[in-house]
Design a protein around this ligand. Structure first.
Ligand SMILES: [Zn+2]
Length: 391
């Protein structure tokens, strides 16, 4: 363990100024958040081949800070992490550690997502894998509770855009939705957007909509407004995973913004005293209905969406009236957690307690919880914000 935060052991980073601020985590991938020490330990029994056996080096390589040895595709790193997540025991351990790390990050309620189909390579039945995550999450909750803290952790099951199994995952989800004490919060569609449109997965999302199981979809990350349009109007998603590229459905002086340059374009136009921003129809729809965006600023700022945090449109989207939440995406692969996201957003855009309170209350409302649970969570979050002060 490298350090502690909020009284819990953790493996990355120093104490963060926003560590004790209460948080709701809506977008974090289990297979992108393994402790490097755990990956190293489990590689011994699973035979996984690691490029480094030093946790710091391995972490640097997973997050892309260390580029040697190169990987053909980012997904190869997830193939490595999921290769050690093929048994009940290992999956439960990693889920348990996810909860401890989230608690250290100040998370009071978290939804962790993962794709069951990536965890059946060793013959594990889908429902057994889902049960293993439920067990691990419960163990983590109990450990936090025994240490005097409180966290509620639930899972989102992902179908993959690039696979044909989303309907099978959705059908399995319908069968086990109420199992393991409501461990499962809902469904997600993840994976590459370009070339794999959501309209290929409407059998899955339609089934879940009819069964009244909430759905979020990765969208507006690798593709622009049309992908968001499909997600909202065809898949009826309750939340947008990322959604950052909805900014391309906003015009500046009549011309559509480009996500990579939007922040600078708007700043330059304002400098020149001539900046009229107007929402397109899809952007307006998302704003007017308060459809929450699961922002993942660090993850987006490594080239996939923008080339640096100052270029991220999060603050522009806030100004335009979007309902935003702050998330890590992959604590390991993106070398972050929500406390780090807060610090980086505060540095880049000057957000403070007011803005982060707004974002966390948005996340409470966006959580796949019942009305009564949200009301309770909101009270908890507000209480802890009242007790919070920056060091
Ligand atoms: Zn994601």
């Amino acid at each position: 363990m490298n350090s502690t935060l909020n009284g819990y052991p953790r493996w990355s980073g120093d104490n963060e100024p926003w560590g004790a601020f209460p948080k709701v985590s809506l977008h974090d991938h289990l297979d992108g958040s393994l402790r490097p020490e755990t990956l190293i330990e489990l590689s011994e029994s699973t035979g996984a081949e690691l490029p480094y056996t030093d946790p710091g080096m391995l972490y640097g390589w997973l997050s892309g800070e260390i580029t040697e040895p190169p990987v053909k595709h980012w997904d190869d790193k997830f193939a490595l992490t999921t290769s050690v997540m093929q048994t009940e025991e290992n999956i439960a351990r990693i889920a348990r550690e996810w909860v401890l790390e989230a608690a250290a990050d100040g998370v009071l309620y978290g939804e962790v997502r993962w794709a069951p189909e990536k965890h059946t390579l060793g013959g594990l039945p889908l429902t057994v894998a889902i049960g293993a995550v439920a067990t691990g999450l419960r163990q983590g909750e109990d450990e936090v509770s025994a240490a005097g803290g409180r966290i509620r952790a639930r899972q989102l099951l992902c179908g993959m855009r690039s696979s044909t199994l989303s309907f099978e995952i959705a059908r399995t989800l319908v069968k086990v939705y109420r199992s393991w004490g409501d461990s499962i919060a809902g469904f997600d569609i993840a994976g590459p957007e370009d070339g794999f449109p959501i309209r290929d997965h409407l059998d899955a999302t339609t089934l879940l909509d009819r069964e009244e199981i909430p759905v979020t979809v990765h969208t507006g990350e690798h593709e622009g407004p049309h992908s968001v349009w499909e997600t909202v109007h065809l898949a009826h998603a309750q939340r947008l995973g990322h959604g950052a590229r909805i900014i391309e459905d906003v015009t500046l002086n009549g011309r559509p913004l480009n996500t990579r340059t939007a922040v600078r374009e708007v700043a330059a136009a304002r400098e020149a005293g001539d900046a009229v921003l107007q929402l397109g129809r899809t952007a307006q729809w998302v704003v007017d209905r308060g459809i929450p965006l699961e922002m993942c600023v660090s993850s987006n700022s490594k080239g996939t969406v923008v080339d640096g945090i100052p270029d991220h449109p999060i603050d522009l989207l806030r100004e335009l009236g979007f309902t935003l939440t702050v998330n890590p995406d992959n604590r390991g692969m993106s070398q972050t957690n929500i406390s780090v996201e807060f610090r980086r957003i505060a540095e880049a855009f000057g957000w403070g307690i007011e803005e982060f309170t707004w974002a966390e209350l948005n996340a409470v409302e966006a959580a796949f919880l019942s009305r009564a649970e949200k009301d309770q969570l909101r009270e908890d979050v507000l209480q802890r914000i009242r007790e919070f002060s920056l060091p």
